[in-house]
Design a protein around this ligand. Structure first.
Ligand code: SF4
Ligand code: SF4
Length: 170
């Protein structure tokens, strides 16, 4: 079976037991981020090389999209099977000039009440582990390029939100 890159595996392990709140936030919102949004083709972007892990898991499918490899899950999962995008949600490590900055993933705002609350709504420890995860990933060229793409995508989304008045599903 093909193996995930070590750096990616390390990032996934860092977030294995870290969660945005000390309890299960899915109980508060009905696990909205695990349910597809009506009329939308949803899924989680895989980090470079992460598809190797899912090749052997029959309940997951991978689609090639212009944004990258998109994983679709069965709607519930074992914690160890969670892709890195789900482990990071609703935060993202962004690559800025001064280094890794942790931000709310703007794609999460239509779905996640914590994302709408802002970064102060999640545990400090979770923020710090997401930062450590970004620092680890940026050591690998492919992962760094992917984080730079995500960062640019967030900047585009922010610009769109400003253009259309701040809120809404962008
Ligand atoms: S949508 Fe947000 S609050 Fe709800 S389960 Fe997902 S991360 Fe937690
Ligand atoms: S992989 Fe797990 S955490 Fe991620 S959306 Fe699916 S059920 Fe939710």
């Amino acid at each position: 079976m093909p193996k995930m890159p070590d750096v990616l595996e390390g990032a996934r392990v860092l977030l294995e037991n870290e969660t945005p709140l000390s309890g299960n936030c899915g109980r508060l919102c009905g696990a909205r981020c695990c349910r597809p949004m009506e009329g939308e083709n949803t899924g989680m972007l895989l980090f470079p090389g992460e598809d190797a892990y899912y090749a052997a898991l029959p309940d997951y499918t991978i689609a090639y999209t212009p944004a990258g490899l998109l994983l679709t899950c069965p709607g519930q999962c074992r914690r160890e099977d969670r892709p890195l995008s789900c482990r990071l949600f609703p935060l993202l490590p962004l690559l800025r000039e001064g280094g890794v900055r942790v931000g709310i993933d703007l794609r999460a705002k239509p779905v996640c009440p914590l994302a709408r609350q802002g970064i102060s709504g999640v545990r400090r420890e979770f923020v710090e582990v997401v930062r450590a995860c970004g620092r680890l990933l940026e050591q690998d060229d492919a992962q760094k390029r992917f984080l730079l793409r995500l960062t640019a995508q967030q900047d585009d989304l922010r610009a769109l939100r400003r253009q259309f008045g701040g809120e809404g599903h962008v």
